[in-house]
Design a protein around this ligand. Structure first.
Ligand code: WT7
Length: 665
């Protein structure tokens, strides 16, 4: 179990063998202390044990093959899934950028994530271990999961849910959340999961956009020892969006809540009806049939529902999960993301279940009742792989080493990170204190739009703390300037994806023009996808993500649009105009700072600042609560009236405001 950290700044990847063993972890401890050195030149090699176990033993040749014969590569991987009918064509590029994959093929993600396991020994394998915040536990085998999913699928059918319609799901992290998602997919209905931490306006606008007829929710969940009031928010949202006819509510907290006759049903009541039979046939969907939409923040306030499909998404999530996290039948996989985000969709629910893994789901806060909650669960359940965000790591690191040190974390063999760049200090802590110095960290770069990992190491990849390393198989990525010319190694530029991949979002729900405009317009000539991130690539071809270059803010790894925050502020009667920017924050990565012009006659005060912060939290959700509200008389704008957030940010950071020739005055 050795680990080697190379301190030679001149070392190049090419001159090193992949495995460097016979160095003890003391070496890496010393390396961890000298944090001044250039992180770009630091290489961390996997131990022999990791390499021996790895599903992929060699990156280069396999990557080359996946590029020179992309369709052949994906066709071979696709054979590992079950298809009702084989595809006619792997990749259809005739309507770029509306790429299609595996056209003519018939496949349902549930057939792969559940049905096929029932015919093997995995029938009795644990599919899901769930722990509630108060400490209650539920364990479901694949057989039991199938029963719950089939029963609920029959309920949905009895409510008239049809193939192609979108069911909105707004729930805490309880087993019924993945069950509801899987039940929709089973009958060919699309789901739209709205993160349970969002609030009224965010939920209402998403229900509206999807024109959902059915909403699935819960009375609440437990967070830091207290019940949340999900049904109350759902009720308010339903008042604003008239399309909902049926609302199904899971009883979780037992708190009192308002149920409306003829609209509201309790989940447990429905599940005990004879109609909730455990026999339900899985719909034989087409590869390109809609599986789900997931809303994400963009540059305007309007919600942007990215569309993913049964075929390509099943293939991409399962392949990336299997290779990157080296998944084995004996693994206990814990993706500590909320199922309400793409990470939860791809790597808590679908990818791992397709791979027949045992997944872990936890309801509550990582530090409740004490900061050892996660570590105690890793020990208790023997978790072998943990996948989480830099924000969570930084947050837990803050409590000190004594909390993880009280637990036996030796079951861990791999770690993962996602959502934002991981700073070297957090990387080292995660690696040393949680991973015992012997678990490689898979820093995975991807987006809601990409469906799965795009830039990521494999367990055999020599790592550089803070870099997501190199593209996954099949993907050609580059860092370019505004004209599409590749910048020199080490220089900052825009991150683009040059080639199609099976997990790519197919469109924006109900708005194909916006899909083209947002992602494909800028590099139309080249046919490249614009990621919206700035990045660098170093001499070794390793990618270093810097951050968003559009009006998206990453707060604690969550994605929020400046426009959403601004419109929440403007919806308050005192506010005339507002601007939101991101400023660096030690724990959250970024924090939201806002500037507000008050309506005539309204007087600025500390109380009003507090009120506005709370107003944003109650409209959008606690994660969107601004760190500060500054009252101002004017905002820097271009002549066309666009707020120059860049100027606000530079001023707040005491930096040069740069070129302001387009400024109005
Ligand atoms: C944005 C996408 C992908 C699941 C969670 C986020 C940032 C994501 C990394 C990483 C640096 C990262 C990017 C990206 N991001 N992963 N490993 N290193 N930055 O999905 O909410 O759609 O956000 O998250 O800025 O564009 P998302």
């Amino acid at each position: 179990m050795s680990f080697y950290v190379d301190l030679n700044p001149k070392c190049s990847l090419k001159s090193h063998p992949v495995v460097m063993s016979k160095k003890d972890s003391a070496t890496s401890k010393i390396a961890a202390k000298s944090s001044e050195k250039d992180p770009v030149s630091e290489l961390v090699y996997p131990s022999k044990r990791v390499v021996q176990k790895a599903n992929v033993k060699e990156y280069e040749a396999m990557y080359q093959r996946s590029i020179t014969d992309r369709e052949g590569f994906w066709a071979d991987e696709a054979k590992k899934l079950h298809w009702y009918r084989k595809w006619d064509k792997v990749l259809d590029e005739s309507q770029k950028p509306f790429y299609k994959w595996f056209t003519g093929g018939k496949i349902n993600i549930i057939d792969n994530a559940i049905d096929r396991h029932l015919k093997t020994w995995r029938r009795n394998k644990i599919a899901m271990i769930w722990e509630g915040e108060p400490g209650d536990v539920k364990v479901l085998s694949y057989h039991a999961l199938n029963r719950e999913v089939s029963k609920f699928a029959n309920i949905l059918k009895s409510m008239g849910v049809k193939k192609g319609e979108i069911v909105t799901i707004y729930m805490p992290q309880i087993p019924e959340l993945p069950i509801a998602m899987l039940a929709c997919a089973k009958i060919g209905a699309g789901h739209s999961v709205v993160y349970g931490g969002f609030s009224v306006e965010a939920l209402a606008s998403r229900i509206d956009d999807a024109k959902s007829r059915v909403l699935i929710t819960a009375d609440g969940g437990f967070r830091r020892g207290k019940p949340t009031d999900l049904k109350g928010i759902a009720n308010d949202a339903m008042d604003r969006s008239p399309t909902i006819e049926v609302c199904i509510t899971v009883k979780r907290t037992g708190e009192e809540c308002m149920m409306q006759t003829d609209r509201d049903y309790w989940y447990h009541d429905l599940m005990s009806l004879p109609i909730a039979s455990p026999d339900c046939e899985t719909e034989k969907t087409d590869a390109e049939d809609l599986l789900f939409i997931l809303y994400t923040s963009g540059t305007t306030g309007r919600p942007k529902g990215l569309v993913h499909t049964h075929g390509g998404y099943s293939l991409y999530t399962s392949t990336t999960h299997r290779y990157v996290f080296d998944i084995k039948d004996e693994d206990r996989w814990w993706c500590a993301a909320d199922p309400g985000w793409i990470t939860g969709h791809s790597y808590l629910v679908y990818g791992p279940l397709i791979n027949g893994a045992t997944i872990m789901l936890y309801e509550g806060a990582p530090n409740h009742p004490y900061p050892n909650r996660w570590w105690s669960m890793i020990e208790k359940y023997g978790i072998t792989i943990l996948y989480t965000s830099p924000t969570a790591i930084r947050g837990l690191m803050r409590f000190g080493d004594q909390w993880p040190k009280r637990h036996d974390l030796s079951s861990l063999r791999l770690l993962g990170s996602v959502g934002e760049p991981i700073n070297p200090e957090a990387w080292r802590w995660y690696h040393e204190v949680i991973g015992g110095g012997h678990c490689p960290i898979m820093d995975t770069w991807w987006q809601t739009e990409t469906g799965g990992f795009m830039i990521t190491p494999l367990p055999i990849t020599p790592l550089k703390p803070g870099s997501a390393t190199r593209p996954f198989f099949g993907n050609e990525m580059a860092v370019v300037d505004d004209n599409g010319k590749e910048v020199k190694p080490g220089e900052e530029g825009k991150l683009v994806i040059k080639s199609p991949w099976p997990g790519m979002a197919r469109t924006i729900y109900g708005d194909p023009d916006r899909f083209v405009e947002t992602y494909w317009k800028e590099y139309e000539k080249q046919g490249w996808y614009k990621a919206g991130d700035s990045a660098r690539m170093d001499e070794d071809g390793y990618f270093w993500i810097i951050g968003r270059i559009d009006d998206v803010i990453k707060v604690s790894g969550y994605r929020l649009g400046t426009a959403e925050i601004e419109s929440a502020l403007v919806s308050h009667p005192s506010v005339a105009e507002a601007a939101a920017i991101a400023l660096p924050h030690e724990l959250k990565g970024n924090a939201i700072h806002t500037y507000v012009i008050l309506r005539a006659g309204v007087v600025a005060s500390k109380e009003l600042e507090e009120e506005l912060r709370s107003h944003v939290a109650s409209e959008l959700g606690p994660i969107a609560k601004p760190e500060a509200v500054d009252f101002t008389d004017a905002l820097p704008k271009t002549r066309s009236g666009k707020i120059m957030r860049r100027v606000l940010k530079a001023r707040a950071l005491g930096q040069d405001v740069g070129d302001i020739s387009t400024l109005e005055e």
